[in-house]
Design a protein around this ligand. Structure first.
Ligand code: 5AD
Ligand code: SF4
Length: 444
């Protein structure tokens, strides 16, 4: 009997996709996956480094699992961004840890685990992905049979001054277009309703060859890929994350042309102040960002725009913050992820004076939240009376009589219904709105 594995995933969609790949690689070597760490011989945490004190959180979680666990003597492994960043250091800080697998080493996980099982101690791999390792997954490898994340590019070359991702995920590597198109086609054939093309910066997609894209015109390879993926006829296609500087108007044109490209764009602005944007090394000014927003709003489709904001970046004064509020008022975002700046060792911003007091960061966070709530009450309210195509994801957490799902504009919509609807796309009439969800009725 092969060892049983419990894998816990933290962080972004890329980590979810990596865990899917890790599960596939390990299952094909005969390992079994279990839902509880108590039943496992091997516990693996797939970790995220985007938030502050990421390593401490990993150690706390490992300690908690070890403390609660029935029958000690389990094998513990850490993979993902914290593994890549900290490497050896993790062994020094935790004696219970057996192996560390970086973001480039996922395809080599089975061999790392085998080495541990054959008695080797403290196994580490933070090396790069090898060129003969592909990203392929089969429809059956996903957790659901209706929605899948499909990575198209990994890593980031931008080096925004606050961000750890270029260090934890390395330089950009794009996946061959033919491989992506084949995977999406397989998903479509297996009845999947939605694919989400993912990458830290999807606009930078740059495969080594144009194979698979020949029939699709576009100013950038990403635009050509979007069209090629849309041409598979997959019901719904979403993509994230877009980097403002490289967001080409051709993306909006592609969305106008192909209705199965969903009407949602996530375009993180981070700040409305040009001084702060420069210090963040974002490579655009607020006016440039507003031009991109105008191009999106000019679409004949009602495209939902969402963003990320960092408050309290080093040097952010009241005027800078006011510029952020002004920008928010102009953009009519359908959703904003707000972050209080916190230092990441190794980044350029870590050498700057983190001079905005925590109370001020909290206060600014709340101001953005309050302003945004007002904006969203209006936006969400405007959906009342409309009909939306909803991909049903599961039973609502609030009420057993309701199911929830997502619209093509990425809104959560709840409505009365049963589990038989899960995985289906249905038409729902919106009858009520909160500031971050809609309530509807199944349209007949
Ligand atoms: N401090 C606060 N927020 C951060 N983000 C990334 N790095 C930091 C940091 N050091 C936020 C950005 C990014 C999102 C995923 O996380 O807004 O877009
Ligand atoms: Fe981080 Fe900037 Fe790259 Fe996004 S574009 S992952 S914020 S460095």
């Amino acid at each position: 009997m092969k060892a049983k594995i419990y894998l816990e995933t933290h962080g972004c969609q890329m980590n979810v996709a990596d865990s899917t790949r890790a599960t596939k690689r390990l299952s094909s070597e005969g390992f079994q996956f279990v839902q509880s760490y108590d039943d496992a011989d091997i516990v693996i945490l797939n970790t995220c480094s985007i938030r502050a004190r990421a390593e401490s959180k990993v150690f706390n979680r490992l300690g908690q699992i070890n403390h609660n666990t029935i029958g000690k003597g389990k094998i513990y492994g850490v993979m993902g961004c914290v593994a890549q960043l900290e490497g050896e250091e993790l062994f020094r800080r935790s004696t219970m840890l057996d192996f560390v697998c970086g973001t480039g080493a996922i395809d080599r996980l089975p061999s790392l685990v085998s080495r541990i099982l054959s008695g080797e101690k403290k196994v580490l791999d933070t090396g790069q992905r090898l060129s003969n390792e592909n990203w392929d997954l089969q429809p059956a490898d996903h957790d659901t049979n209706h929605t899948a994340f499909v990575p198209i590019i990994e890593g980031c070359n931008k080096f925004c001054s606050y961000c750890i991702v270029p260090f934890s995920r390395g330089r950009e590597i794009s996946r061959p277009a033919v491989e992506i198109i084949k995977e999406v086609t397989n998903l479509r054939d297996s009845g999947f309703k939605e694919v989400q093309l993912i990458g830290q910066n999807v606009n930078s997609y740059k495969p080594k060859t144009n194979e698979g894209l020949e029939e699709f015109a576009g100013a950038t390879p990403f635009i050509r890929l979007l069209k090629a993926v849309a041409a598979t006829g997959t019901n719904r296609i979403k993509f994230t994350t877009s980097f403002p500087k490289d967001f080409h108007a051709g993306i909006v044109e592609a969305m106008n042309e192909y209705q199965n490209l969903c009407n949602w764009v996530h375009l993180p602005v981070q700040s409305g102040s040009d001084v702060i944007l420069k210090a963040m090394r974002r490579g655009y000014k607020s006016a440039d960002y507003l031009d991109k927003v105008a191009a999106i709003h000019n679409s004949h489709r009602n495209v939902a725009l969402t963003t990320d904001i960092i408050v309290g970046f080093p040097g952010e004064n009241e005027d800078d913050f006011t510029s952020t509020l002004d920008l928010l008022k102009q953009c009519n975002f359908h959703g904003v992820y707000i972050f209080k700046y916190s230092e990441r060792p190794g980044t350029r911003a870590a050498n700057m004076d983190d001079d905005v007091a925590d109370e001020v960061k909290t206060e600014r966070f709340q101001q953005v939240e309050n302003l945004q709530r007002e904006v969203q009450i209006k936006i969400y309210g405007s959906y009342i009376g409309t009909k939306q195509m909803v991909l049903v994801k599961g039973i609502s957490a609030r009420s057993e009589a309701d199911v929830f799902g997502h619209s093509t504009c990425n809104k959560v919509i709840n409505f009365k219904g049963g589990t038989d609807l899960v995985g289906r796309v249905v038409e729902v009439k919106v009858v009520a709105a909160k500031h971050n969800s809609l309530y509807g009725e199944l349209a007949h």
